[in-house]
Design a protein. Structure first.
Length: 289
């Protein structure tokens, strides 16, 4: 089994992005500017946003972190979004999800200017992606494509099974893997909770992308020998032996599946790091105009 190492891949792409930023500055342009809006104190969101700020520093971006209280009204949050839409010194921004329950995430997503939607969630950008037009690709699927490209994983003519149909990962991933591009040109099966025989579908797959949010869901008996397995999940599992009382694990039983897969992503250290790099790539694209 070979490791699809997110740390190695992220470092390689960051180096390329940093070089392009240096060239932009040398040509008299300002550095790309990314802002992140963080509502509340969700520990996972705080850690993720702080990681994005660190990424910006590493590649020479300007970054702005906007922290808002948990009890902010939806109206006030939308006012902040409008302010960022109109900020000419800002290339792109994200509103970190999940949001507090009293705020409608779809309303906030629709309020973001598609030209600054570097997360790639706005319906206009999703539609352009579906039509294979230039746009900002959703960050996690984009990161997976970058990883497949870095390791020269052949996707053309392969059978790809995507587990999970979320609007953030599963559905866009199925579109991107099927499009006429590289990576792409795969025959894709999108599976979900109503799929009749998920195991049988997975056993036919040359590539499996697991994004279902269930710890160790994909087991070795569901994977054919030599398959490429991408684990998008990140789940907390209680572990009394750990100081923090839990450990992080993916949607894939890493130990078991590693005996059969030809390539496999670790958790942590895999797709999550590439999601952050894809956000940088989208912001650089926005800065270029």
């Amino acid at each position: 089994m070979n490791l699809l190492d997110g740390k190695v891949t992220a470092a390689a792409y960051k180096e390329k992005i940093a070089k392009e930023v240096s060239e932009l500055k040398a040509s008299g342009n300002r550095a790309p500017h990314l802002a992140a809006v963080l509502v509340g104190e969700n520990p996972a969101s705080v850690a993720y946003v702080n990681g994005k700020v660190k990424d910006c520093d590493e590649v020479g971006f300007k970054s702005t972190l906007i922290r808002l209280p948990e009890d902010i009204s939806q109206e006030d949050l939308l006012s902040k979004v409008e302010e960022l839409n109109n900020d000419e010194g800002l290339d792109g921004f994200i509103v970190q999800l999940p949001l507090p329950k009293h705020i409608d995430e779809k309303t906030v997503t629709l309020a973001i200017d598609p030209k600054k939607d570097v997360d790639g969630f706005h319906p206009e950008n999703v539609g352009r992606m579906a039509l294979n037009l230039p746009t900002y690709l959703p960050a996690t699927p984009h990161g997976i494509l970058m990883m497949l490209e870095h390791y020269n994983i052949e996707t053309s003519g392969k059978h790809c099974v995507v587990i999970g149909r979320s609007n953030i990962v599963g559905s866009p991933m199925s579109i991107l893997m099927a499009r006429n591009a590289n990576p792409g040109n795969a025959t894709v099966t999108l599976t979900h909770s109503r799929t009749a025989d998920l195991k049988a579908e997975c056993l036919r797959a040359d590539i499996i992308i697991a994004a279902i949010g269930k710890a160790n869901f994909l087991t070795a008996d569901m994977v054919k020998p030599g398959a490429v397995v991408i684990d998008v999940g990140i789940n907390r599992v209680e572990d009394a032996s750990r100081k923090r009382g839990y450990r992080l694990t993916g949607d894939v039983d890493f130990e078991g599946v590693s005996e059969k897969a030809s390539w496999l992503t670790p958790v942590p250290g895999g797709v999550g790091l590439m999601t952050r790099v894809a956000l940088l790539q989208n912001t650089l694209q926005a800065a270029r105009g």
